[in-house]
Design a protein around this ligand. Sequence first.
Ligand code: XBP
Ligand code: MG
Length: 257
Amino acid sequence: MAPELKTLIFDLDGTLAETERDGHRVAFNQAFAKAGLDWRWDVALYGKLLAVTGGKERIRYYLEHYQPDFSILAALESFIAELHREKTHYYVELVKNQVLPLRPGVLRLLKSAREQGLQLAIATTTTPENVTALLSSTIGADAADWFDCIAAGDVVRAKKPAPDIYFYCLEQLQIKPGQCLAFEDSAHGVQAAVGAGIKTVVTVSDYTRNEDFAGAVLVLDHLGEPGQPCRALKGVLHGFEYVNIDVLQRLHGEEQT
Ligand code: XBP
Ligand code: MG
């Protein structure tokens, strides 16, 4: 008998909103231009660089693999950290201009979970500032208070696909893996959540739709809305047209094969 479902833990980028192509990628390019660098991450290149989670880690990977002879006066780490701070500033500004809407079903499910007394949490690789900015611009100024735990960015040493950010969430909330469900969009995210022993639902995103979601209990095109049915790419919805708390309670109770 599975313990009672207590908490829904959401990834942010790609899961709550499609933030990568028109959000983070644009902010990185704005920061590069501001720093006088002729680097430009187009949509295709950024898709490759998403193999590395974490903006600072992604910049470092790019330097090593695409700008091997790049020499700088200051120490590399402080250069990357400053560039990433600029990028976060641009991202927060961009989000404030409300160009990144929540994905289908997200707001509806968050509200239903709260109405039915479930805890909400976020486990993301991005920075806390970016989480607050996105929640404020899409839900409202108090939206961060909806979440009993916001685990973000450098709060853990090892980023996804390591399970650390999910273990951090479980620890902060004093709950067990069997008391929650995770919502992710990427293979890295599924590996992280499943690695922490948490049943995981995937809503594929622009950049991740062809990734391997082995270990996820359900893979969907999105969470659906009344009149906007979602489609199960893996697993079954038992006739439901969109994901609601009943679907999640049933999923939570099922033995994972
Ligand atoms: C996605 C990431 C982040 C973002 C960029 O995080 O890997 O690095 O791409 O944000 P998740 P930062 O899917 O776990 O939400 O530059 O702030 O890292
Ligand atoms: Mg994600």
